[in-house]
Design a protein. Structure first.
Lengths: 83, 83
């Protein structure tokens, strides 16, 4: 078994309203920053032991499906690196 | 001016308690997943126009310093890609 870090990034699907991101963008604009868009996402870095990187990615994807992401409103992606 | 997407990832510094991450880890364990640690981070994807990638990174870092991150408890990093 090898130690891996799986990074799960959970984003709102396109078209789902994100008032937090909108507020953050407006606050940056009030500070004088120019930006065309801002999207917020949640990132989970999961340390786990697995036989290989594929198994680590599969388990992290299952965590996303079952708990970390809500499939109705979220997309997610998984990246795995050696810990 | 070119369109870039700057990704700002804001993490709690080591040693800062993160009850949300702890609760998420416990919930995954209750579902039967085995993991050694879980850390949560906020990610902001900022679309902006800049002369080059370095300028885009500098402006995104300034956004992190001034609003997106709290330097007392957060570290952040910035990655820039063509939009």
């Amino acid at each position: 078994m090898t130690a891996y870090t799986a990074t799960v990034t959970v984003r709102l699907k396109r078209g789902v309203l994100d008032p937090e991101a909108e507020t953050t963008q407006q606050a940056l604009e009030r500070l004088g920053f120019e930006l065309s868009d801002l999207r917020a996402a949640d990132q989970f870095e999961v340390d786990l032991e697995a036989a290989d990187a594929d198994e680590a990615a599969d388990r992290a994807a299952e965590m996303a499906e079952r708990l970390l992401a809500n499939p109705t409103i979220h997309d997610y992606d998984v990246a795995v690196a050696d810990a």
